[in-house]
Design a protein around this ligand. Structure first.
Ligand code: NAD
Length: 292
């Protein structure tokens, strides 16, 4: 990865940040694109002070024109783009009965349209180069049932679907494509993140944390190391922590068993919410989609 250029959306925090740090250690120049530009600048500065090469760029992935302009600028200044981590994402939790239109649009705008705009911006550059690797961040929620996360699951199934199609199309141009499906990784998104929220009743914060801990979250730095190994192997589906692959396999072999098992987990969550839940705090919704 030495001497390569990696463009990472959502690079200011969590998974994007950890990937940026790990890529920089391996000698890549990393471009951290994020809505949280101040945070992205701090991360880039820390990478540089450790001897790496990084820069922060402001980007809202919902702005298609800005995406194209930034990708072209990065390619022009760095002689191309070798890795594109199409990673920015948000979560809106809650049962679908409690969703309003905004709850759908917020997630689909960032997690689906934002990813599609990223492909529109970077894929033509990689086709011209006849090289490059696009890694679209989906989730195990894009492979498995995810009750209580309906719009998020829909968005991540979409990312898996478009990645499969693009992998086949792009091979003819020497461009690689992978769907990155993280399990539970310890990042701010687990408790809503800056731009995510919850609708309807939810677990109190302490319970939410306990529930997440039971799912054995992986540290983001450890996660990034395993992901980069799979990127180098050109894995089509990068599922980390790897034990989630066993759950995915069982769900594919026995789909009704998968629905039953995730149904049991959901029933327990609902019971806990009934006993101790609170109305979601109504965190301010992010700005509406830009659709430029
Ligand atoms: N952490 C997990 O357990 C987990 C599991 C599965 C999938 N994922 C996916 O991994 C990706 C990264 O999430 P994370 O866990 O690092 O969370 P995070 O909240 O730490 O990072 C998300 C980053 O995306 C940025 N972002 C959000 N909306 C944006 C927009 N419109 N334009 C530009 N940047 C925007 C945020 O500012 C933030 O820096 C997401 O796509 C998420 O859905 C995370």
């Amino acid at each position: 990865m030495k001497g390569k250029t990696a463009f990472i959306t959502g690079g200011a925090s969590g998974i994007g940040r950890a990937l940026g740090e790990a890529l920089a250690v391996r000698g890549a120049t990393v471009i951290l694109a994020d809505r949280q530009i101040e945070l992205a600048r701090e991360v880039a500065a820390a990478i540089c002070s450790n001897g790496g090469r990084a820069e922060a760029r402001e980007l809202d992935v919902r702005d298609a024109s800005a995406f194209v302009a930034l990708a072209n600028d990065v390619a022009a200044r760095h002689g191309g783009i070798d890795y594109f981590f199409n990673n920015a994402g948000i979560g809106v939790g809650g049962e679908m009965a409690d969703y309003d239109r905004d709850a759908w649009d917020e997630v689909l705008d960032v997690n689906v349209r934002g990813v599609a705009y990223g492909i529109q911006a970077v894929y033509p550059i990689m086709r011209r180069q006849r090289r490059g690797h696009i890694i679209n961040t989906a989730s195990v929620a894009g492979l498995l049932p995810a009750p209580g996360l309906g719009s998020y699951a829909a968005s991540k199934h979409a990312v898996v679907g478009l990645s499969k199609a693009l992998r086949i199309e792009a091979a003819a141009f020497g461009v690689r494509v992978s769907a990155l499906c993280p399990g539970v990784i310890r990042t701010p998104i687990l408790t809503g993140g800056v731009f995510g929220r919850h609708v309807g009743r939810q677990l109190v914060e302490e319970q939410l944390r306990e529930t997440m801990e039971r799912m054995r979250p992986m540290e983001a730095a450890e996660f990034a190391v395993e992901v980069l190994e799979d990127v180098e192997r050109d894995e089509p589906y990068i599922v980390v922590p790897r034990w989630w692959r066993a759950i995915w396999l069982v769900d594919r072999l026995f789909p009704r068993l998968g629905l039953w098992a995730f149904g049991r987990v959901h029933a327990k969550t609902l019971a806990a919410i009934d006993a101790h839940g609170v109305e979601a705090s109504g965190r301010e919704a992010p700005a509406p989609g830009v659709h430029a």
